[in-house]
Design a protein around this ligand. Structure first.
Ligand code: NAP
Length: 255
């Protein structure tokens, strides 16, 4: 019997991990996506899309599909699904391991203001009009309607529909990775004074942080949410190494 792996994804790492497992005769692998992006990137293993219906729904899915390893490779800000995964793994008695990028660490020259929430980020922008670059998910943009005095440059994977109810906003629909030189050009062209972002970690969205450091631009970073305390690794390579050493499922070993 092979291991049956379910990867909770929605990140570049989840896709890379799936590519590393595709065709491996020791495993059957399925990737789960929330279905947030309209045209998700092509994936190297079979994909299922949409919520499970909370922790209980996910536990039932794990049991029904005979999943033997659950991998939480969701984004560090996707706290609900990570909590559900922890609870579901317990209920279905399936081992769970997380793939979590470490956060970016402040370096010399960084002008970071760390805030607890997106609402606090809006407050931190202040009352005077500023040119603001928002690199946030669609769901996180609404609080900025409370600060219509600013000029916003908004970048997201899918179009922001409906657009924000603010008088000055430019929208960019683009998917990373974003190189530092391109980010620096964009920040200069648009006269950006402050960036609001999440501390996603990883290389693909770090270009704007480096560009901001070089140009002396302020960055308001929303802190990461609390996530369940789980066995975890930080890179795809470490996850593949962990899987190399995982014992075969119990049935095969005749236990
Ligand atoms: P969330 O708040 O933690 O999850 C909300 C609900 O969406 C979950 O309760 C679950 O619904 C469903 N869900 C989330 N991830 C799922 C997955 N991989 N497969 C199936 N259902 C999933 O998450 P979110 O912030 O909405 O993020 C959604 C997805 O986008 C995640 O997969 C995440 O990795 C990715 N993403 C998020 C961010 C971010 O900043 N939050 C950035 C990049 C990518 P049920 O309770 O019905 O199962």
């Amino acid at each position: 019997m092979k291991h049956s792996i379910l990867i909770l994804g929605g990140t570049a790492e989840a896709r890379k991990l799936a590519a590393g497992l595709a065709g491996d005769p020791r495993f059957t692998t399925e990737l789960s996506l929330a279905g947030r992006t309209r045209a998700p990137a092509e994936q190297p293993v079979p994909v299922r899309i949409g919520g499970f219906g909370g922790a209980e729904g996910l536990a039932a899915y794990l049991r029904d599909k005979g999943i033997t390893i659950l991998i939480d490779a969701t984004h560090p800000y996707a706290a609900q699904i990570s909590r559900n995964a922890a609870e579901a793994a317990k209920r279905a008695d399936v081992p769970l391991i997380a793939l979590r990028r470490s956060p970016w660490r402040r370096q010399q020259g960084d002008r970071w203001i760390e805030v607890a929430s997106i609402h606090d980020a809006v407050t931190a922008l202040g009352k005077s009009p500023r040119k603001v670059f928002l690199t946030l998910g669609r769901q996180e943009l609404l609080p900025f309607e409370a600060a219509p005095q600013h000029h916003y440059l908004i970048r997201s994977v899918d179009p922001v529909e409906p657009p924000l109810a603010v008088p000055h906003a430019i929208y960019l629909t683009e998917r990373g990775p974003f190189a530092e030189t391109d980010e620096a050009r964009l920040l200069k062209e648009q006269g950006i004074e402050v960036i609001v972002a999440k501390n996603s970690g990883g290389p693909s969205s770090y270009g704007k942080i480096c560009a901001a450091r070089a140009l002396g631009i302020e960055v308001i970073l929303a802190r990461r949410p609390d996530l369940p305390d789980l066995p975890s690794v930080e890179t795809v390579e470490e996850m593949l190494a962990w899987l190399d050493h995982v014992p075969a499922p119990l049935k095969e070993r005749g236990e």
